[in-house]
Ligand binder design. Sequence first.
Ligand code: ZN
Length: 156
Amino acid sequence: MAKLKILKFGEPTLRKVSRPVEEITPRICTLIDDMIETMRAAGGCGLAAPQVGVLRRIAVIEVEEGKVYELINPKIIAFSGEQREQEGCLSNPGEYGVTKRPAAVTVRATDRNGNTYDLSGTDLLARAICHECDHLDGKLYTDVEIKDAPKSVGKK
Ligand code: ZN
């Protein structure tokens, strides 16, 4: 496994739309392993492939230690409610903003073995799913940030 370089806000790659994965090759599996290592080393709870310079629809999420979700070609198929919570991004270290997100979401994705599964989440997991899926469309959390919300210190 290898730790990858995380692109920072301002890099044009982060604003591009990623292409779907058509075939899960050993290279894709290595990329996923490296993304998990990179996310953990950076202390994040999610990472999307464009953040490491790869414009493919792949993301990893770990909001609960040891429980990693691999999302290949994820698509949000249901969402409900609303939450306004603090959110950050490994591509924007040290900065946080309050965003408006659905309270609950369900995403349909494929894992590295080619199995399609549905993942439902609320609270932080719902935010992470939305955040990482947004990255695959070149969107950043600052796009859904409530600019006049009071900011507090901390990490979510
Ligand atoms: Zn991010």
